[in-house]
Design a binder for this molecule. Structure first.
Ligand code: SAM
Length: 289
């Protein structure tokens, strides 16, 4: 666990990302928990400078220090792109950080978190209590089932927003990245409804982002947009989410609502929302925008 070049007495957790030939490491004080669930391996580390760290199947998931970047950008751009999202479903997201952001919106009447692995949430409650602060909100419902099956069973036109806050497209999350899953989401969404999904790094996963966008269009979503934002914990440190909208476009968002929001955010603002939508030329070109 000691990285070459590090002080001899320092321990590091390092995630090597083979596809991009890069690695990201955090100096740790101790590994405080490790277990194998029926779905994946979960480890919790206490770091020297980034608070707690959750690792699933060797991949960094959440740190206390930088999770706000991801959780805010997975929630607020989509919620401010919808006129009034009353019913929200989060697929994955077991650390509960996205749920916490979603419930900051008073227009949300019900938010269902559909996480396949209950242990992720139980460990988040223990080691990331700040992310779980809204778990007992009367509008919140926590289910521990497969998100693919859950979406296939939903009543047509019953949901306003689906947020897919999943692990990478391998293992239990693989089926969350294809046209069949998007078709279930499209059917379950009301007209004007939005699907938003974490879509990996614009620097190394452009082929995946392109395939996701094609599959979303195949599932009859009318408008598709990709947003980018920093996320040091994930490979390359630059991440994205992709939004798709049913029977409506994604050209504008509720700028006034975002500017006058009655809750605190640390990364999200009208300006960072606009900045996230401004794709650099190489990304626009690769995505055919
Ligand atoms: N922010 C993280 C990222 O981009 O890597 C994801 C964090 S969250 C912990 C991801 C969650 O998705 C995991 O807890 C995992 O158990 C869950 N998950 C994976 N496949 C799933 C599925 N088919 N249905 C529901 N949850 C799923």
């Amino acid at each position: 666990m000691t990285a070459p070049g590090a002080a001899a007495d320092a321990a590091w957790f390092t995630e090597q990302h083979a596809q991009s030939g890069s690695a990201f490491g955090l100096r740790i004080k101790a590994r405080v928990h490790a277990e194998q669930t029926p779905f994946q391996s979960i480890e919790i580390f206490e770091t020297t400078d980034w608070g707690m760290l959750m690792v699933i199947d060797g991949c960094t998931m959440v740190s206390s220090r930088d999770n706000f970047l991801y959780h805010e950008m997975m929630s607020h751009p989509a919620l401010f792109s919808h006129p009034r999202a009353k019913r929200v479903v989060i697929i994955g997201g077991g650390d509960c950080g996205t749920l916490h952001e979603v419930l900051k919106h008073e227009e949300v009447e019900r938010a269902v978190q559909v996480e396949i692995d209950e242990r992720v949430t139980r460990l988040a409650e223990q080691y990331f209590p700040e992310l779980c602060a809204s778990n007992h909100d009367p509008r919140a419902e926590l289910l521990f089932v497969d998100g693919i099956a859950y979406m296939a069973e939903q009543e047509p036109e019953s949901i306003d927003l689906v947020i897919v806050d999943s692990t990478d497209p391998v293992g239990p999350a693989e089926g969350l990245f294809n046209a069949a899953f998007y078709a279930s989401c499209h059917k379950a969404l009301r007209p004007g409804g939005i699907l938003v999904q974490q879509s990996e790094s614009p620097l190394v996963h452009l082929d995946l982002i392109k395939a996701m966008r094609t599959a979303m269009r195949m599932a009859h979503f009318q408008a598709v947009r990709t947003l980018t934002f920093p996320q040091p914990l994930y490979p390359t440190g630059w991440w994205s989410c992709t939004m798709a909208r049913k029977h409506a476009d994604l050209t504008d968002f509720r700028e006034r609502g975002a500017a006058t929001r009655q809750f605190a955010t640390r990364y999200y603002s009208v300006e960072t929302h606009k900045a996230a939508l401004a794709l650099p030329p190489f990304v626009r070109e690769a995505l055919g925008e």
